[in-house]
Design a protein around this ligand. Structure first.
Ligand code: HEC
Ligand code: HEC
Length: 226
């Protein structure tokens, strides 16, 4: 009995020691760091946090550094929408009491961890396919594209409390994400996350460029609003 417990203890600390690093020890209970990404629905539902195994292809390093020091909610209903609903009077409401705050890191830890995350780049192939064309878009046009033409607003907020709740908020997306990732994810979400709920809408090249420009505009506006 005692020997089994001892082995179990050794197993845990042994693994942590072997992998070293804060990411493995303090983050991998909720985040996939080493890949592969969720391949089955069961794995996708079990996710406790977004997949970070392709973080270097996805995020802007400076955003990770600042967010980890002062984390704010990005997915209004948490990782899985269905877990945080309560029946509202008019429609379903998010039960914010069931959502937990993210742990904050010191500046030194945030900088170190962000640097490690940026080295995780299993999808340079997908990123290399994306060419971002310079240009800008009028806000109303971008919104029409996002809402009426492609139905993205069913799942994404384009302003605090305006839009759908099941996906990550979009008015900070360009601040968080690399433009090539935004283009690639819209083009084919399943190439990144085979079991994501986001549908592949077969968005045309022109509209992908417009989405990148629109999200850029939204992020600039929301930064100015603060
Ligand atoms: C208890 C589970 C849990 C632990 C432990 C945890 N995270 Fe998270 N993390 C989450 C959840 C849930 C989110 C999504 C937050 C949101 O959408 O509002 C998140 C979001 C993030 C994000 C933003 C990515 C994105 O797309 O939203 C980063 C970066 C991140 N975590 C890094 C870390 C690091 C680094 C550690 C370890 C020091 C860590 N996390 C530990 C649950 C966790
Ligand atoms: C049925 C709901 C749904 C629809 C419709 C939808 N999305 Fe998403 N979207 C999601 C979810 C959920 C994620 C998070 C990806 C994941 O982790 O599986 C996401 C992720 C994203 C991301 C990456 C954001 C991040 O922080 O990871 C972008 C960009 C995006 N969506 C844009 C769009 C655009 C543009 C459209 C319309 C063409 C669209 N989405 C339609 C649900 C949706």
């Amino acid at each position: 009995m005692q020997r089994i417990m001892f082995a179990a203890l050794l197993g845990i600390s042994g693994a942590a020691l072997a992998e070293g690093g804060m990411l493995q020890k303090e983050c991998s209970s909720c985040h996939n760091i080493t890949g592969p990404v969720a391949q089955t629905l069961k794995e996708a539902f079990a996710k406790q946090g977004p997949d970070l195994s392709y973080a270097g292809n996805k995020y802007r390093e400076e955003w990770i550094v600042s967010w980890l020091q002062k984390p704010v909610r990005i997915r209004p209903a948490g990782m899985y929408y269905g877990d945080h609903l309560k029946a509202g009077v008019k429609s379903d409401e998010i039960d914010t009491a069931t959502l937990k705050d993210h742990a904050a890191l010191s500046k030194a830890d945030a900088t170190k961890v962000a640097h490690e995350l940026m080295e995780l780049k299993p999808h340079n192939d997908l990123i290399a396919k994306e060419k971002i064309e310079p240009g800008s878009i009028i806000k109303q046009m971008g919104e029409m594209n996002f809402d009426k033409f492609w139905g993205c607003m069913a799942c994404h907020l384009i302003e605090p409390e305006y839009g759908g709740l099941s996906g990550p908020e979009m008015y900070t997306a360009a601040k968080r994400l690399q433009p090539q990732f935004i283009a690639s994810f819209i083009r084919n979400p399943q190439a990144w996350e085979p079991k994501t709920w986001m549908p592949n809408k077969q968005v045309s090249e022109g509209s992908i460029q417009k989405f990148v420009q629109y999200l850029d505009l939204l992020s600039k506006e929301s930064a100015n609003a603060k």
